[in-house]
Structure formats: C-alpha cells, structure tokens
Design a binder for this molecule. Structure first.
Ligand code: F6P
Length: 373
C-alpha cells in the first residue's frame, strides 16, 4: 500500500478544490496513516519539485475557501516551457516524484489534466484523478465539482439582469463560460428564466434568434434575456470550422498541415468578441436596444456551494480508498450519486458535451425557450 501520496491541482481553478484536497489529505492521514504532500502550481510544481507538506494543520480551515491553496497552472507535461525551449518532461517528473518518495499522485482537474495524468501514469507514476471544472464537461462523470457553484453564480446574474432588462425594455445578452460545451449556460438559462440560450452543441441561426425576440415583443413581453455560451457558434461559422478541421486532417503534407493550422488559428482569432457582435446584430435586426454582460471569471470565484463541497469530499475519500487498494490509473467519477472508478484511458481525450436529447434541452424547448435553431 502507498505510504506517501502527492496531490496537485491543474487547469483553471474551480470552487471545491480545497474541499477535495482536505478530504484526500484527512482520510489518507487518519484512515491509512499515509504522508501527504502537495505540489504547487500544477504539473509545473512537480517538474520544479516545489512542494509543501499537507499535515493536519495545513488541511484545517480550507473547506470553505475558493480557489486552490496549492495554486494551479495550465502547464502540459509533454510541452513544458523550460527556458526558451518546449520539452516533454514526463520522465523527469516521474523521477522527481520517486525522489520525494511519492507512491501515488492524485491530480485534480478537467479534461487537459486527465490527459496529462494519463501520460505520467504511462510513464511509470501511479495516478488517480478527480473531475474538477465549472464546465461540467469531463468524460465519464455525470458531475464535476465547481459546476454547481458556477451555476449558482450565473443564475444569480441572470436573476439580477431581469429587473434592469424589464425597466429599460431591453435585450440583455449575457455571456456565460463553459469552454466548448453548453452545460453552464443551458442550466443557468433554464434556472434563471432566460428567453434564449445559445450553446455550442446547437449552432444558431441569427435570423431565428432575432425572430424569436421580435415574436416576444409582439406578444407583449417588453424585454428578453439571451444566455450565450462563450463557445456558442453560428451555423455558418460551425460549417467553416468543420471545413478547416477536414483540411487539416486531410492535408497531404507538412506544409499543407501548417497552412491549415494557421487558417484555423486565424479563424479562432476572428471569433473573439463574437458575443458582443451578436448583441449589436440583434439590436440592429430587432430595433430593440441591447446590452452585453460578460460574466467571465466571476463564475469561478468565491466560496464553494454545499453541493460542490459534498461532491469533492465524497470523491476525495473514494480516491484514497482506491489508492489503499492499490487501484490506480483511474478517475473517480460520480454516477447516480455513487463514486465509481473509471479507467483513465477512457476519460483522457474525450469530452462530455450536452446530448441533444438531454432532459435540459427538451425541457427548454417545451418551455418555449429559444435555442437558436
Ligand atoms: O475550464 C474552465 C474555464 O473557466 C472555461 O470555462 C474557460 O473557457 C476557461 O477556463 C478560461 O480559462 P483561463 O482562466 O485560462 O482564461
């Protein structure tokens, strides 16, 4: 059985990370007499051997704190910037963990972290992961911790937009995070009573959106709330993106591949500020004044909700149980309120998008919420 475990938090921070660190640390120490150390700033801390001892004192008083006491970064194990070079540091990280006596590394993170963790596991460092992200898009789990808190924040923002939208008879466009999935905008849109929700899984038609806003006005509604995912995309842009993807995957040689890559990057750049342009277009098309609110990182901040604390704690304890049984190479997922062990190979490289027949999608449609199609 492992005698020392390491913990790191990687990718964007999310509420509930400290609850997970606390649960892993406390149960490892109390139930199994293990030593626990934390690496700072994600995989970079492991590469640089920057670590702190997580004893009972260090783990006390952190349950309600947002962010991560360990710090985080988006550094990738196989693409570490070292001086002016980008190097695969997996082997060296495995060695660093061994030098410090770490038997198992617990990585808390989203999709990118699951891929990094699998690399280290395959390079010889036993790894267990937990699913964390406000985006709720980690493959293999029904919930990620961080999502519930962000959902509360986004819903409250939509609630607050109602009174000002109503007073000025405006269209209020609100951009909600979620990377390339629509869990957060869709859920907060429904919970907050948005009139339209645009999510990446359903490319939108701006004419259909404008039409639904004008119909609301014609029916007597004097304002509208439009919840837009940061990754929402119009049908035309989605088609262009698909073309660019195909051009890259079918590129006959390296030059063509580089060209396709550059075209894709230019396209992504041209999409910056798309929500702002959408608000302007809707104002122009409907002749109703529109305003834009971008919630941004506010959604990731602050105290974790009780649900996120509970989820992070439950999964953290199960991670330690798995380690005590020498079961590694897995992510601890939440399915039907039960912590289950999912092989990392299944998780890494996959994304959990909103299925088009998901109950939230059908509910939204039945309520008459516009989904832009
Ligand atoms: O993955 C969490 C998330 O907040 C996404 O919703 C968003 O696209 C991204 O991180 C923002 O990343 P950063 O904090 O690096 O700007």
């Amino acid at each position: 059985m492992a005698s020392t475990i390491g913990i790191l938090t990687a990718g964007g921070d999310a509420p509930g990370l400290n609850a997970a660190i606390r649960a892993i640390g406390k149960s490892a120490i109390r139930a199994h007499g293990m030593q626990v150390i934390g690496f700072q700033d994600g995989f970079r801390g492991l590469m640089e051997k920057r670590h702190v001892r997580l004893d009972a004192d260090a783990l006390s008083g952190i349950l309600t704190r947002g962010g991560t006491i360990l710090g985080t970064s988006r550094a990738k194990v196989h693409k570490m910037s070292v001086g002016d070079k980008t190097i695969d540091m997996s082997e060296s990280m495995v060695q660093n963990a061994k030098d410090l006596g770490v038997d198992v590394l617990v990585c808390l993170g989203g999709g990118g972290t699951q891929k990094n963790a699998l690399r280290l596991h395959q390079a010889g460092l036993p790894v267990v992961t937990l699913p964390k992200t406000i985006d709720n898009d980690v493959w293999g789990t029904e919930r990620t911790f961080g999502f519930d808190t962000a959902l509360n924040i986004a819903t409250e923002a939509i609630d607050r937009l109602h009174s000002t939208a109503h007073s000025h008879h405006r269209i209020m466009v609100v951009e909600i995070m979620g990377h390339n999935t629509g869990w957060l905008p869709l859920a907060s849109g429904i919970a907050g009573g948005a009139d339209v929700a645009l999510i990446p899984e359903i490319p939108y038609d701006v004419d259909a959106v404008a039409e639904s806003l004008m119909q609301r006005k014609a029916a007597g509604s004097r304002f509208s709330i439009v919840a837009v995912a940061e990754g929402a995309i119009s049908g035309a842009s989605a088609a262009r993106l698909e073309e660019l993807r195909t051009a890259k995957s079918e590129a006959p040689d390296k030059d063509a591949k580089n060209e396709a890559k550059a075209a894709r990057a230019a396209f992504e750049e041209s999409r910056e500020g798309h929500t702002s342009r959408l608000a302007d277009t809707l104002e122009e098309m409907t002749s109703i004044e529109a305003r834009l609110t971008i919630l941004g990182h506010v959604q990731r901040g602050g105290t974790p909700s009780p649900k996120d604390r509970l989820l992070a704690t439950r999964l953290g304890v199960e991670a330690v149980n798995a380690i005590a049984e020498d079961h590694t190479g897995i992510m601890i997922a939440d399915r039907e309120r039960t912590a289950v062990r999912v092989p990392l190979e299944e998780v890494a490289g996959n994304r959990r998008s909103v299925p088009l027949d998901h109950p939230w999608v059908t509910t939204a449609r039945q309520l008459g919420m516009g989904l832009g199609d």
